[in-house]
Design a protein. Structure first.
Length: 655
């Protein structure tokens, strides 16, 4: 059930936040000039919006702003939140164009500096020192200098691996000083804003190529690293080929160094590194070492993309992640490096295969916990929730081979964790799909789509904030911490909770003996829907989605011991599952929108709030739902094809 945040809680939170103007709401000189023009020349709705932003910039708190602009505190909060994300795009493009005289518009966008590259510098760029640039853009120098020191320590500790010349350490230090140059004025996208700030100036201490390298490290220091980012990042594409790899190495070290001051305390330091051929163990010291080490592990993703040697951050007294030890090693708690597979073997007893599968997804759950807590990338929470769901599905597969009393508390812990994550994830999905709808409306020329959905998005954001607060409280609580430690110990203890084989005649208990029937049983359940697909109800399609998930998870648990054809079978099942998932999301969204419209109809009449945009969005979601229902039989036919059954048979025959 969706969580509703009370107005009293919201007012308390915002009364604390509103005691000062945050850096996210600080206006640039250009923004202030445009807002003043809009406040004098614009339409009433735009005038109110411009005035509230100017008043906020002057230091007024929310309860003082509302009466002056004729808006409720809720509406003031909404536009301040929107401004932090979209800046001046909260106003129509034609209004901004009218507010900005043509002669003041730049002749070319800043980003072109990255595309032109080092060989075609822009002569009109103002020369500036690094110190002056930091002062002009209000860089937090305490954080910048501390990150620079950590980056230099990492550079020295990892020198045997990266092999960069010593002078690149100096460039890394400069990159660390400038990595947050865009934060004070553009916090939501400070990595790309910082890149553009660096490129639109001429830094007198750096050569042109070095400046390009620093701009690229700034662009890459934030957000989860994915290789496809490099195909779209202009500052990387503009680099000469001979320095691209070096730039990525510097960016990898900068990401980790920035993570090591995630607490913004400037107290975390690194102890003596302990290198080996597989890993570099880095002791993390200080009162906030646990928090900063967790963030550093997450931000080491680019390093692990580039190198096979792991960066392993250890904190004295910190609960370790319990993992399956290597064969021949003693049972010990170590900080895990992400494994690509669970390691299930054909002759494993089903109990130990279950332990391996559970351990693999348990590690995935813990791996995505820091990103879930941070909340910058909604996919982190999604991946953590998927890991809990797969473990719950694994319990259904492997429970017959364990003592039920042993498993019961772990299953309860997974259910509690899944519920805490699910409330936030559902709202993430609803908000994300509403934003996609808005983007499509803008592309189609709709005059004011953001205003039309403002009441809905504001309500969903409030619910999401409340759900995130409850989720954070759960993750910080003793119940979750105890579950993690006890479940971890169970997973590394071979034979724990395993039921003895029954006396008498032999009973199948090894993977190769059990899995063929197990997979086909789940496939039979899914195929049993065949007679009702054409006229299936939404409830029937929802249960089919659940059964498809169970088939998919079973295939994935044993993918390592099945034939290569299993890959194609999994893809086909996922296609059906995704179609049904989108259908289910559309159905839930329709119910939520109807509920919202019913609740707001009276308020719309009383406060003259226009919610016609929400009605149009409901119609769009209903049309989407109808299209997904009508097109599902074709998706099913592609899945329920003789070739797919042949692939499944070949995959299972490997056992």
């Amino acid at each position: 059930m969706l969580l509703l945040v009370s107005f009293s809680i919201q007012d308390t939170i915002w009364s604390v936040i509103s005691q000062h103007v945050t850096t996210t709401e600080k206006l640039t000189t250009e923004e202030r000039a445009i807002l003043e023009w809009i406040a004098s020349e614009g339409k009433p709705a735009h005038v109110r919006r411009a005035r509230l932003l100017v008043l906020r910039d002057q230091g007024l708190i929310l309860r003082e702003i509302g009466p002056q602009v004729g808006l409720s505190a809720r509406r003031v909060r909404y536009w301040l939140r929107a401004f932090r994300v979209r800046r001046m795009d909260v106003f129509p493009a034609d209004l901004l164009a009218a507010a900005t005289p043509a002669e003041e518009m730049p002749t070319e966008p800043v980003i072109e500096a990255a595309v032109v590259g080092a060989r075609s510098p822009r002569p009109e760029r103002p020369k500036v020192t690094i110190e002056e640039l930091c002062r002009r853009y209000e860089v937090d120098m305490a954080h910048a200098r501390h990150v620079a020191g950590l980056a230099q320590a990492l550079f020295d500790a990892t020198a045997e691996v990266h092999g960069l010349p010593p002078e690149r350490g100096d460039l890394l230090e400069t990159a660390a000083i400038l990595h947050n140059v865009g934060f004070a004025f553009y916090p939501a996208k400070h990595h790309t804003a910082g890149r553009d700030i660096i490129l639109e100036h001429r830094l007198v201490e750096l050569g042109e190529v070095e400046q390009q390298m620093v701009a690229c490290t700034t662009a890459l220091h934030r957000k989860k690293f994915k290789p496809k980012r490099l195909d779209k990042e202009p500052s990387f594409l503009a680099l000469p080929d001979e320095v691209r790899e070096e730039t990525l190495m510097l960016a990898a070290l900068l990401r980790v160094a920035d993570g090591l001051d995630y607490s913004q305390s400037q107290t975390t330091t690194l102890g003596q590194a302990q290198p080996s051929s597989q890993a570099i163990v880095l002791p993390v010291l200080g009162p906030f070492a646990g928090e900063d080490a967790a963030r550093a592990r997450q931000k080491a993703d680019l390093w692990h993309h580039l190198f096979d040697v792991e960066l392993r951050f250890v904190v004295e007294g910190e609960p370790a992640i319990w993992v399956q030890p290597e064969e021949g090693a003693g049972l010990e708690a170590v900080l895990s490096r992400k494994r690509k597979a669970s390691g299930v073997l054909p002759d494993d007893p089903m109990s130990e295969a279950g332990r391996k599968a559970l351990c693999f997804h348990f590690e995935r759950m813990l791996e995505h916990e820091p990103g879930t807590r941070l909340g910058e990338d909604i996919e982190e929470l999604h991946d953590m929730r998927v890991a809990t769901r797969r473990m719950r599905s694994a319990f259904r597969v492997f429970a017959p081979y364990f003592d039920s009393d042993t498993l019961r508390p772990f299953l309860k812990g997974l259910r509690r964790t899944g519920r805490a994550l699910g409330c936030v994830r559902d709202l993430d999905v609803f908000v994300e799909k509403a934003q996609h709808y808005l983007a499509a409306e803008v592309g189609a020329g709709s005059p004011r789509p953001y205003e039309d959905l403002a009441p809905l998005l504001e309500a969903w954001w409030g619910q999401r904030e409340a759900a995130r607060a409850k989720m954070a409280a759960y993750l910080d609580g003793k119940r979750y911490q105890r579950f993690v430690q006890e479940f971890g110990r169970f997973l590394i203890t071979e034979g724990a909770g395993t039921l003895p084989p029954p006396a008498g005649r032999p009973v199948p208990h090894q993977v190769y003996q059990v899995v063929p029937a197990l997979i086909y049983t789940r496939y039979e359940v899914v195929r049993g829907y065949e007679p009702v697909i054409e006229n299936a109800s939404l409830d029937t399609l929802h249960t089919l989605r659940i059964d498809c998930k169970r088939l998919c998870y079973a295939l994935e648990f044993f993918r390592e011991v099945l034939g290569p054809e299993a890959e194609e079978v999994v893809k086909e099942v996922v296609t059906v599952q995704d179609h049904l998932g989108n259908l289910h999301d559309a159905d839930v969204a329709c119910h939520l929108l109807i509920e919202f419209l019913e609740q707001w109809s009276e308020q719309e009449r009383r406060e003259r709030i226009n919610i016609s945009g929400v009605t149009r969005y409901l119609v769009a979601k209903q049309n989407e739902l109808r299209l997904l229902v009508d097109s599902f039989p074709e998706t099913w036919r592609h899945f329920n094809h003789p070739e797919m059954r042949r692939q499944l048979a070949l995959a299972v025959s490997a056992l």
